[in-house]
Design a protein around this ligand. Sequence first.
Ligand SMILES: *Cc1c(COP(=O)(O)O)cnc(C)c1O
Length: 427
Amino acid sequence: MNPEQRTRIDREHIWHPYSAMRSPLPVFPVSSASGVRLRLNDGRELIDGMASWWCVIHGYGHPRLKAAMAAQIDTLPHVMFGGLTHDPAVRLTEQLLDIVPRGLDKVFFCDSGSVSVEVAMKLAIQYWHAQGQPQRTRFVALRGGYHGDTFGAMSVCDPVTGMHGLFDGILPRQTFIERPRPRFGDACTGADMQALQTALEKNHDIAALILEPVVQGAGGMWFYAADWLRRARRLCDEAGVLLIADEIATGFGRTGELFACAHAGISPDILCIGKALTGGYLSLAATLTTAAVSDAIDAGEPGVFMHGPTFMANPLACATASASIELLLGHDWRNDIARIQAGLERGLIPCREMAGVRDVRVLGAIGVVEMLEPVDMRAITHAFVERGVWVRPFGRLVYLMPPYVIGDDDLDTLTRAIVEVTKNVTN
Ligand SMILES: *Cc1c(COP(=O)(O)O)cnc(C)c1O
């Protein structure tokens, strides 16, 4: 395809995420990817600092993942899950139950993170309906949170960045509390829990508290105290409210624990996973819950859980996820994350001294430079591409979430690019 034709068709007919059809922002044609490198159609290579929105933890074109996919394509790439089952789904379930926080025992497979959040919310609502408390249909959520783009998920996203005003009257109204103030590593006090405690005590229509444990991702890249999460679990228990942990971004090692709930030593009643589940090779997500929740739903009306997507437990995706989990656990992944954390700290902490920078924070394989002002996306994207790196900021946040296989030299190139580019952007 000639470049002009590609640009024209893309510009005139294809939406990109959160874009206008007549977007002035450039999109870069990419032709292939290998390891931590994206190759553009014009031959340039970029070191990937995003892991394709945090999914591609083992890098691109990994031989073990490709082999697992090829084998599954040859046997059974897809079959409906209504009335049928298959080894890829069963094997993946066994692997997941081995590694998720304790108590989670039932798995619902679906196609995307947003849908897994919808499923989590519906599980909570059906649970309370079955318990004879059908008024419990609402959720407590944190400001600065992000849970996806479908309607239910949107309703628990940050109301400002999630543009709730635009969908007023259509979105269910949820109860929001401020994001946890104490930072990761800090202790928290009763005062830090007051808003949550009040929200849970005052509202008798709450089905669940939904949150991203420890790391809030796309809503603001904020890392909060594990102690807050531990106390939140206790408050949910005291109020008899379910806890939904959205680990779509944090799952599979990103924060230095396999699941971020482990930082607080807690288990949620419902867990959402997605993104890195397949190593980022295919779209797959899952919602897990306890036997207590599933037993209650079974005993209620209509006696079944009301959800069943067409591509539920797609065998190709399940087989890929199995191979990705095997690869992760077969590795000293803690060492990888610790090494990346050290590299991010070494490279990004110096930004703290720079004009225009509000905060720098690093946790696990996540490094964030928060600016005082929103960045100019057009200028900053070009500046990064010129330096041979792929970094995609949003708002005031310039961040790195590289694949776990990144080498120290490539990581240094990424952090150096951030230092140089943010310096120039603010000058
Ligand atoms: C990305 C993300 C989602 C939405 O997942 P999609 O696959 O994009 O639908 C939900 N919650 C969190 C925490 C996420 O990071």
